[in-house]
Ligand binder design. Sequence first.
Ligand code: SF4
Length: 370
Amino acid sequence: MIGVLGCMAERMKSKLLEEEKLVDIVVGPDAYRDLPKLLNQAEEGEKSINVLLSREETYADISPLRLESNGVVAFISIMRGCDNMCSFCVVPFTRGRERSRDVFSILAEAEDLFNKGYRDITLLGQNVDSYKWTSPDNGLTVNFAQLLEKVANIHPKLRVRFTTSHPKDITDEVLHTMAHYDNICKYIHLPVQSGNSRILDLMNRTYDREWYMDRVEAVYRIIPDCAISSDVITGFCSETEEEHLDTLSIMQWAQYSMSYMFFYSERPGTLAARKLKDDVPEEIKKRRLQEIVELQRNISLQHNLKDVGKIFEVLIEGDSKKSDQFFKGRTSQNKMVVFPKTDSFKPGDYVFVKIEDATGATLKGVMVQN
Ligand code: SF4
């Protein structure tokens, strides 16, 4: 029996189930509780489909089995859906309205993971800064900064990360909370998408270049050792050469430790697909992307070279990809560090590593006295 689950199920349901009869079950992201019933239906040869989106479902009471995990790093979903309407994005249509998960179930899951040996937890949401949970019992609300603090307080040896932040929503309260707790990692994924205010407006990002720069300045002011990464889309509808240069200049200015970079590719059903013309020729998009990738490669290398000579606390995640004579682990700033292994330490331990060399993607070092 073959099933397709997840947020693209809704979009592909007629093709998969009706036209090409490729699968037996199609289940959208809010209907997993319906799986037993859907499996039974499919076994009886009935069409088995549920792609309804919910305004409430957060799966708060369901702890996932982590089959692929290294036993050290885990992700916890704190919210679902998104209420923003970025014009290039399918998420609002495929994952539904934003809902925040019960704070107590998040804390219970994090504590359980810590007790099982996990040491690095990433709180996940499309827009974590708009996390807001209201207690049905007493009406008290918990915002994202308060949630972060509660998770950080579980144990000082539990590292806490989060993604994704939205530049319009990230608050100084969150930044001060990060600065206050050593175990909240000094790393923020803060997607800029474009460095030009007209393009940001067309993307419906609801901030402009100045607003974004103000947020980056706040990050570096409040958390001087914080690393920031980004998402960049180049060649968005009607983007001119000058506007592309604005993206390059903001990348240079913000000094991202890394970026996920794409050229714009229209997604059916999005606001941009309905209202804007995808009119930047593909060869120009590709050339602009190349320029962006080159620039980021350079910035990442410089960013990493600045770490040479410094000592970082690294959480060991396992053997390095290339050799079992080396450990790999990450710094608080989310940089991967590779260093020679010893028998005294194992994955899940914290060690101090002095950085001796760096590439654009990895730091290399040696362990020093804890
Ligand atoms: S890009 Fe992110 S914030 Fe914007 S609509 Fe998509 S998921 Fe929401």
